[in-house]
Design a protein around this ligand. Sequence first.
Ligand code: NAP
Length: 526
Amino acid sequence: MTTTLTGELLIGARAIRGEGAAFQAIDAASNAPIAQPVFHSAQQGDVDQACELADAAFDTYRTLSADKRAQFLDDCAARIEALGDQLIERAMAESGLPRARLEGERARTANQLRMFATLVRSGDALDVRIEPALPERQPPRTDLRFWRIGVGPVAVFGASNFPLAFSVAGGDTASALAAGCPVVVKSHPAHPGTSELVGRAIQQAVAAAGLPAGVFSLLFDAGHEVGSALVQHPAIRAVGFTGSRTGGLALVKLAAARTEPIPVYAEMSSVNPNLLLPAALAARGETLARDFAASATLGCGQFCTNPGLMLGLAGEDFDAFAASAAREFSAAPAGVMLTPGILRAYEQGIGRLVEHPKVTTLARGAAAPGRAQAALLRVRASDLLADAALGEEVFGPCSMLVECADEAELRAVLRFIEGQLTITLHADAADGNLVRALLPLIERKAGRLLANGFPTGVEVCDAMVHGGPFPATADGRSTSVGTAAIERFLRPVCYQNLADGWLPDALRDANPLHVKRRFAGKPEAV
Ligand code: NAP
């Protein structure tokens, strides 16, 4: 069944035509407006309504049984899948991403929702700990019981580069809903039709489960006003964001300036350094160069985990790697970028680097009007150390080779660079001592450390970390991918000396929900 798009705001159970500025989606490949529908931006009153409804829904939603909340998440997944080709075709037009990529992203989105449903059913995220009373102890201790509850309504900013998996029903939304938090999404203006389709599917799932309508709302905006108002609304208790450093930091600032400041989990900027260690480079430089170029130009380089900085020791092997990588980059086709604005930012970023006197351009890919041209650049580590701007992210199909004079300079660069989502080691057995020596340094800099692979491709599972020290994320203690993402939207509550009958089920002596718990400092037999 085809869903008719109306361009309306989805506020709780209602669809309302926004009174703010009108805008249309843009076809990423042709840069032409997509005629239907016209979207209307929200205004302050719409933000207020969505947030107040979310606040009103919070207590009912967070105290829902685990099974009901999990069924709702499963139903969201099924309804997104049931959107079928209409969703894929709309996302293809709005993002310029190919069908296979978007079908994969849809599967990831649905699997993510189901993974959180499984987590909710398990009760593991509640993290229940019971310390029974010790009346004989001096001084006596009363009964103490700990668990985690949702923080309250969460504002989610859809990411331009993952129109499904990090947008309306993406990782931030799924983890917040799993934590028992209502969600108000600010749609990314690059894919409003995709957002409306998914938003309507969630709105229907809320109704089908008989949940309070404010569990989910979706707002559109052609500018920054709605996002700013959302972050400042007193009902909002946390923010999830993926995008630019400028945008992320603007939201962090607004959140910190509130009467009651709130956390902003902003994923912003990372160049994902790859370390080409000597034995690996000597043994398989050509293969590494081919795989590197494939990773750096995948999806027109529009991944937060793109390998943007390749570090190696000066010498013949590094030069041979540079020559092979240059051949691969020269053959890269011109690519469609997500939005004209992102293409403009890419061209400006490349222009700044290409014109820099210390930077050598090793290769440019094919050029075409309105398309991104891949770029492979090279710089000496000493020049990078003198100008941090040479190591900043340029979002798109480009990468910088960094030639280090020796191991000491390699270490100096690693100490110098900012926080990263990932750092990758290309290393053979003979590089083992160097790997062990570098690990303490790179652990301080990144959320995920890889060996002999490339960082594009983020597995969604229990063990994943997609986060890292600033500016990779605004708060390096968290991940936005994997089950641990739920922790951002939970807070601990301790019950001291409450009668068993007054406690939530998960904390009662009889453990009626059979939740895994720690009791008196040890795992409790379930
Ligand atoms: P963006 O400009 O940061 O926008 C992301 C979202 O935040 C949009 O909904 C935007 O709303 C909103 N926003 C931005 N600044 C705001 C502000 N000051 N106040 C309130 N809301 C604000 O990111 P983008 O549009 O996706 O892409 C722009 C650049 O971001 C890219 O060129 C790239 O450098 C970077 N980027 C990085 C990653 C990554 O994973 N590292 C991913 C995507 C993009 P409006 O658009 O309505 O203003």
